[in-house]
Design a binder for this molecule. Structure first.
Ligand code: AMP
Ligand code: MG
Length: 421
């Protein structure tokens, strides 16, 4: 486990007072490590979990050549380019039963989708193309070629082939693939435990009476949602008032129980509260100013062996810093190899003012334009406390560090929420 000072020494030009978003990513990738423990879980419990070992296909899928259609199977070598082919139906092959018997030249087999293609038969004429006359069928010329409508043994996967990589998150398709091997359980990293709490004397818990100058806590709920979508085990430590004893108790409990701790509020410079002081006292923590908007202040480090993410207080800044930095770091801790969300390109419907020298995130709604291309429009007030524009958005427009003003019609990068949060 590297100390923050060791990581800082590895990064050229590291300046906690002026970090780029890129620097943050590189720092966090060094700070966090995948959890070592793995467990074997049933497929129904494996959705979204991260594979701890690769999965090798123990069988070929499908195990036999089989028919992709209901129709008539025959040896395609008999097809002539321009002449019809007349065949005698010698039997019927059903899915799930191997057909016993032989099919010679001039013969065919009625066959159902999924039924094994007997040796020597490589072509299936779909039922609707066959002209049937008693026990004879005619294959019209030019409608099928040899090998049509056949699923080859192992075309999905060959026995012994790596089917799923270590570090892959199990999707619905992956669950199905594992099941298709006849495998009931998969080895996955244990779930990540993440504790979180909100700080600030002006923050009200739900159920408390409103009072002047105070706001209801929203960060715990967005963080809960973001963590739950990631498949983490969450430990909710509530709103912690700005008192050293309470903060110390919360940090200590979080560090004992969780792999990671997420707090919101109290990390900006000049905060008249005890949050920063307590982080410093209890852990190895750096206080950053990041060249980004929204976001900027963030505390990062370790308390005990837990990784600390001290996010800013503003509700949108919490979500943005989570998506930009915390999510990739947590995915890495979960054992994932693929941690960065893909970016889409969409045309901005409007001009956007952008200062170069910082990364800006704008809430946007991506839609398909009438010409079939993607366009994105900004969803209202972009204040860092305004959650309603976040709710109306389906992604974050990412205006990169060196990028300047955007003209209407320019392509911009968008990090889509769908499938991410
Ligand atoms: P801070 O980073 O503590 O200076 O907070 C910045 C702004 O975010 C202030 O207006 C806070 O009232 C607000 N804020 C902080 N924490 C929360 C929270 N948990 N829920 C809603 N707003 C918050
Ligand atoms: Mg505060």
């Amino acid at each position: 486990m590297k100390t923050l000072a060791q990581i800082a020494a590895e990064l050229q030009g590291y300046d906690p007072q002026a970090l780029t978003c890129n620097d943050v990513g590189r720092f966090l990738a060094r700070l966090v490590e995948p959890v070592a423990q793995a467990e074997e879980v049933g497929i129904f419990d494996a959705l979204g979990r991260v594979l701890a070992h690769e999965v090798i296909s123990p069988v070929s899928v499908p195990p036999h050549d089989n028919s992709a259609m209901d129709g008539y199977a025959f040896d395609g070598a008999q097809l002539a380019a321009h002449a019809p082919l007349v065949l005698t139906v010698t039997g019927t092959a059903l899915a799930g039963k191997a057909w016993q018997g032989s099919v010679g030249p001039g013969e065919c087999l009625k066959i159902m989708t999924g039924a094994i293609l007997p040796h020597g038969l490589d072509t299936v004429l779909p039922q609707e193309l066959a002209q049937v006359d008693g026990s004879r069928i005619t294959v019209p010329p030019g409608r099928v070629v040899a090998g049509d409508n056949r699923r080859l043994r192992g075309e999905d996967l060959m026995q012994g082939q790596a089917a799923l990589r270590k570090g892959e998150r199990l999707t619905p398709a992956a669950l199905g693939l594992v099941a298709s091997f006849g495998i009931k359980t998969v080895p996955v990293h244990r779930r990540l435990r993440v504790a979180y709490f909100s700080t600030g004397d002006e923050i009200l818990s739900l159920g408390e009476a409103p009072r002047e100058g105070a706001v209801y806590d929203s960060n715990r709920y967005t963080v809960f949602g973001l963590l739950t979508r990631l498949g983490c085990e969450v430990i909710d430590l509530g709103v912690v008032r700005d008192e050293p004893a309470l903060l110390e108790a919360a940090f200590t409990q979080a560090a004992q129980q969780a792999d990671a701790i997420i707090t919101s509020g109290g990390v900006s410079v000049g905060e008249a509260d005890y949050t920063r002081a307590m982080m410093k006292k209890l852990g190895d923590v750096a206080f950053w100013r990041i060249a980004m908007r929204p976001g900027r202040p963030m505390a990062v480090g370790r308390i005990g062996s837990s990784v600390l993410f001290g996010l800013p207080g503003n509700p949108v800044a919490v979500m943005v810093t989570f998506l930009a930095f915390v999510r990739p770091a947590l995915l890495r801790m979960m054992g994932c190899t693929d941690t960065e969300p893909p970016l889409l390109k969409a045309r901005s419907t409007e001009a956007i003012r952008k200062k170069s020298g910082r990364t800006e995130y704008q809430r946007g709604m991506v839609e398909t334009a009438t010409d079939g291309t993607l366009r994105v429009r900004i969803t209202g007030n972009q204040g860092s406390g305004v959650l309603s524009s976040m709710v109306q958005a389906n992604g974050l427009i990412v205006l990169h560090h060196a990028q300047g003003n955007v003209a209407a019609g320019d392509a911009v990068d968008v990090m889509m929420f769908d499938g991410v949060i």
